[in-house]
Design a protein. Sequence first.
Length: 324
Amino acid sequence: MVTTSSNGSNEAFLADYELSATTPENLGAALDQTYRALEKAEVFFGHGSDSAWDEAVFLLLSAAGLPLDSGDAVLDHALDKDVWECTLAWLQARIVERKPLPYLTGRAWFAGLEFKCDERALVPRSPLAEVIGTQYTPWWSGDSPSSLLDLCCGGGCIGIAAAMYQEELKVVLADIDADALALARENVELYELQERVTIVQSDLMAALGNEKFDIILCNPPYVDAADLASMPQEYHAEPPQGLGSGDDGLDITRRILAAAGKHLSPQGVLFLELGNSWEALDAELADLSLSWLEFAEGGHGVLVVRADELASISARLSSSSAES
Ligand SMILES: C[S@@+](CC[C@H](N)C(=O)[O-])C[C@H]1O[C@@H](n2cnc3c(N)ncnc32)[C@H](O)[C@@H]1O
């Protein structure tokens, strides 16, 4: 039988993780309990924080409605009962259901910007943030690009960050999933970018007609079947159409590479994230010496292709699919 304590949390859960049913005397004491519970639970960190301590701080400051850069002075703040109840509810969902924390707090950060985040789309974490921060150099040269496509946009963080980093850039956000696009729309409204950022529901570029872009940024589904089967439970809380892409993780990538040439301006550049599946593509196209980005802030597996290189890649991919 499951017993529920007066604050709504499962008593066995509280006992297992040595969490008090009564409200701790201050934020510091609550942080200590929160951190220990996350440590003991051995939750997986891959959605915006990389340690139990960082998650504990994020969780508690969010529950208390305090800024994330609050200093140590807040540790002495008295804790309201409702803040502790919220903390316990989030901890239970994080530990028992293994939900990524941004789905519980409803917010995530990407390229230094805060976004609304929920189960309609993946939690933002792409290394493409660094590509935006360095303004596509040295791959894009000359005046600033004037148009950008965020393909497979999810909640829209990549295209919105690009628009926020460069005034006057026109951006299209495209995704096949109406729920993800509804979240993207809320994020566009959050940054009041409706005039410069357009949202299109599209199976890859099918609904884009002949529109061309200076830059295409794309973080598509790219997880291969073996990785998908062994991913920590936290990833299974995310929409499955955002992760898997066939046995070798390249099903969608092949379609993107075949179609992208039609949608790049003559000097345009495609930045395509492939994660661990980069090795499969690199091996398949070994004769073409593909260019893979290196990141100062972490991440790997991002292919960069100029418009004039796409024809040979697309021809090579269609000949290998004809051979197989
Ligand atoms: C890895 S998620 C990336 C989301 C977002 N760009 C980010 O970085 O947080 C991949 C996205 O691709 C979308 N997607 C999957 N298949 C698609 C297709 N055929 N056409 C367009 N979007 C697709 C999914 O709905 C999902 O939102």
